[in-house]
Ligand binder design. Structure first.
Ligand code: FMN
Length: 363
């Protein structure tokens, strides 16, 4: 099915239809920018395969009521255990970009992580969904003053927590983009900056880095001056999880950036159980990289995540139908999650443990 505009998004019957419609609307180079990963895309493929390697263990005749999908993350109530990822250059996929994402989150009881390198200012996005909770994403780079300036802007605009992207000291080498000679225009990354030059001065460091990568102590010290809770995104090992928590992180996003950064590493799902063991039950964990449907959400939660972060899947909804397209993604996810929980014989997400899964061959 092809949709020519945002109307009619409710007619999408499956998540795959939404992806197909999204890719049908984008240029080949924009599709490659969205879909591609770094290097040989080994990690990109592993992210999907990791989900296929777990099979469900159903319990029939369980006597369970209709499953509950409500959840909480960093003090925010969620109707579904879902956050939308910070994705930069969002105007490439839909002119309303994260403004539409924030509205869709507000309408469905989910939460946006708004990117520093987005097409619209963080203040404009906050104003578009004034009663909804959102988190603000930053890159730890540049001067202390520059970093604190944007964190304080998030605090003043009412954002509830900060998400620090720790796995992009420099951009990964994404070969599809290199082959296409493609990088979205700086205007699409620069919504938070007054001029393109300013955006380039700040974000250009992600491409040609000249200063050392920050240590945890510098990050923790600066964020302590602002006082908002923060999460570290891009954690893939138990050691880094412990270091982030020691530096003051209240939550972690277990993530390999959707395979867009260090190629050749593990799937994020495969790192999740040992990270949960390392930090214990008190530290909240979200998982991203490879979530494409409700079964993936259920598996991530069974293996220790409190919530998942949607990257490309959220972009598909946005590109296919703006706010309505993304709302449809959430509706279909809700239907898939409740169907799977019912068939698994679990009454709620909190009933999910690793016992709901068993290792299996991918098909
Ligand atoms: C087009 C695109 C742009 C992204 N831009 C950012 C960004 O600016 N900051 C960031 O922390 N992560 C960024 N990410 C990574 C996502 O936040 C998330 O970690 C990743 O997409 C999860 O993997 P998935 O796409 O397989 O769900 C981007 C991802 C995509 C697809």
């Amino acid at each position: 099915m092809r949709q020519s505009d945002d109307n009619g998004a409710t007619e999408f019957a499956t998540l795959d239809e939404i992806r197909e419609a999204a890719l049908g609307k984008l240029s080949d180079a924009a599709s490659d920018y969205l879909e591609g990963g770094a290097g040989d895309e080994t990690t990109l493929r592993r992210n999907r395969r990791a989900f296929e390697r777990w099979a469900f263990v159903p319990r029939v005749m369980s006597g369970q009521p209709t499953p509950a999908t409500a959840s909480r993350f960093l003090g925010v109530e969620l109707a579904l255990p879902i956050l939308t990822a910070p994705f930069g250059a969002d105007g490439l996929f839909h002119p309303d970009g994260h403004v539409a994402v924030a509205r869709a989150n507000a309408a469905t009881g989910t939460v946006s992580i708004v990117p520093e390198a987005g097409s619209h200012s963080l203040e404009r996005i906050a104003a578009a969904a004034p009663r909804a909770a959102a988190f603000g994403q930053v890159h730890p780079l540049g001067t202390d003053e520059g970093f604190l300036r944007i964190v304080r802007r998030y605090a003043e605009a009412g954002y509830r927590a900060i998400c620090v992207t720790c796995d992009v000291p420099i951009m990964g080498r994404r070969e599809r983009d290199l082959r296409n000679r493609y990088l979205p225009d700086y205007a699409l990354f620069g919504g938070n900056y007054a001029t393109i030059d300013e955006a380039f001065r700040q974000l250009g460091q992600l491409i040609e880095r000249e200063t050392p990568v920050w240590p945890w102590s510098r990050l923790g010290g600066l964020l302590a001056q602002v006082g908002l809770p923060w999460m570290a995104k891009g954690i893939m090992t138990a050691d880094d999880a412990r270091a982030a928590v020691a530096a003051g992180a209240s939550a972690l996003v277990v993530s390999n950036h959707g395979g867009r950064q260090l190629d050749g590493q593990r799937a994020s799902l495969d790192a999740l159980p040992e990270i949960r063991d390392a930090v214990g039950p008190a530290v909240e964990l979200a998982l991203d990289s490879g979530i494409r449907n409700g079964a993936d959400v259920v598996k991530a939660i069974a293996l220790g995540a409190d919530a998942v972060v949607l990257g490309r899947l959220a972009v598909y909804g946005l590109a296919a139908g703006g706010e309505a397209g993304l709302c449809r993604v959430f509706e279909l996810l809700r239907a898939e999650i409740t169907t799977i929980l019912t068939l698994l014989g679990r009454g709620s997400l909190t009933d999910l443990t690793p016992a709901a899964l068993i290792r299996a061959e991918p098909d």
